[in-house]
Design a protein around this ligand. Structure first.
Ligand code: NAD
Length: 429
């Protein structure tokens, strides 16, 4: 099938590369000229394990093309995927500006029947809006169908998730368009769930909101565990053994970040409000999460004075295996610590370049973990990279000047840390 992907970000690029790998002809289109020029030279705009090799291979073998020309992308494809950003406005309403603009361009340049597949996360009803915008802006009345195919990939494992998804959701009100989109995924050996257009849109928000709820729930249990002297990791294991609950997303810590959970939870609360429904449970999930960093920070301040101390921050990205800093807890924590007049040194295995653009000269940047902790008074672990999990803790301790170690992701064993001489604090243990 000839496919165009409009928006070559995390979702669009990975999707385009994977469909090319599966043998389709794919144009990845983006309005960002620099990004497209770099991609043509094999320079990836994001860090994602396995992405570069697959992208370069498919580009070289003539299945994957990059373009800034939306007219070319629309006209040379049978199926157009929308994968543009849908960021929140101040009030958490989803900004549909990019989606609307793409819909208008599709209408303008259509040259035959097209299937418009929306992969961006959009509020329920947006598929109908896209349909309306295309109809209103068409020069010639070509037929088309709008299908919702929400994306569930996880940054850091995006290639694998796209090649081997847990499930594929295809929402459409037209069976013949549904069948064409099903054909795209039929070799993937996955469960394909066909739904109404609007159900598919809501499934995405319901999934992310449910996962966010699990995180805020276990974080609240962690607070109770701390107050009672129990251990949240043991509790997570204990409840996770119940198949109805499951162990995943029950890791207590300093809360979720990233470009998806905060915005999707906020957007669903907003949608509910517009419908006259007060989504109280989700409002509390959001509030609890926003409070995690403050709680962790208070814990640090209660344990030690930060003024004029050297504080090492291990991990900046919102989760491991990505360089994405959108809504990263580390950035919020750094801001609070800087307010205490401490000196901050940071290290992240891949997010350093992105961090420099945001943090500028407010912190000192380290090339590796050892340099970061060298002569430092306090170490704070924010992202659970494998490099930190496998670190030589004895040598970390000997490099440090002080002994305070705050672990925001519970990656070390408290007894081992104490035996090594750290004043070790984690979450809910
Ligand atoms: N990042 C994730 O892990 C993830 C996972 C699932 C779903 N999603 C959803 O997928 C969508 C895309 O997310 P992302 O993280 O890939 O965003 P992104 O910001 O990384 O990429 C979006 C791209 O769209 C381009 N763009 C915007 N308007 C355009 C236009 N009019 N024409 C052409 N290109 C245009 C931008 O230049 C940018 O490169 C969002 O709705 C997001 O919620 C993201």
């Amino acid at each position: 099938m000839k496919i165009s992907v409009i928006g070559t970000g995390y979702v669009g690029l990975v999707t385009g590369v994977v469909f090319a790998q599966l043998g389709h002809k794919v144009i990845c289109m983006d309005k960002d000229r620099g990004k497209i020029e770099n991609l043509k030279k094999g320079i990836m705009p994001i860090y994602e394990p396995g992405l570069k090799d697959m992208a370069v291979k498919n580009h070289d073998e003539g299945r994957l093309f990059y373009s800034i020309d939306i007219k070319e992308a629309v006209q040379k494809s049978d199926l157009i995927m929308i994968a543009v950003d849908t960021m929140p406005k101040e009030n958490w309403q989803t900004d549909l500006g990019s989606v609307k603009s793409v819909a208008k361009d599709i209408a303008k340049y259509m040259n035959g029947y097209k299937i418009v597949v929306n992969k961006s996360t959009v509020p329920v009803g947006t598929g109908n809006l896209v349909d309306k915008i295309i109809k209103m802006n068409q020069k010639k009345k070509f037929k088309f169908d709008v299908v919702s195919n929400p994306e569930f990939l996880r940054e850091g494992q995006a290639i694998n998730d796209t090649l081997r998804p847990d499930r594929v959701i295809i929402g459409s009100d037209n069976p013949s368009a549904t069948i064409k989109v099903v054909q795209l995924y039929q070799d993937m050996n996955t469960v394909i769930k066909i739904t109404k257009l609007k159900s598919a849109e809501l499934i995405k928000y319901a999934s992310n909101s449910f996962l966010a709820t699990k995180i805020s729930f276990i974080n609240s249990i962690a607070d109770i565990a701390e107050m009672t002297g129990s251990d949240v990791d043991e509790i997570a294991e204990g409840i996770g053994l119940d198949r109805r609950i499951g162990r995943e997303f029950l890791n207590a810590g300093i809360g979720y970040g990233g470009s998806c959970f905060p915005k999707d939870v906020g957007s669903l609360i907003y949608t509910a409000k517009e419908l006259g429904y007060d989504f109280t449970i989700l409002k509390e999930v959001k509030r609890l999460n926003e409070d995690r960093i403050n709680r962790f920070f208070s814990r640090i301040k209660k344990s030690t004075n930060l003024k004029n101390k050297t504080v090492s921050i291990l991990g900046l990205s919102f989760k491991p295996n990505t360089d994405d800093l959108r809504e990263a807890p580390a950035l919020k924590l750094i801001k609070l610590i800087l307010g205490e007049k401490a000196k901050i040194r940071v290290y992240d295995p891949v997010a350093m370049e992105n961090a420099k653009k945001i943090l500028k000269n407010t912190v000192e940047y380290s090339e590796d973990m050892n340099h970061c902790v060298n002569k430092s008074d306090i170490v704070i672990l924010v992202t659970e990279w494998d490099e930190f999990k496998n670190a030589d803790l004895k040598s970390i301790k000997s490099l440090m000047k002080g002994s305070y170690f705050f672990d925001g992701r519970n990656i070390y064993e408290p007894t081992i840390m104490k035996n090594l001489g750290f004043k070790y604090f984690s979450v809910g243990r």
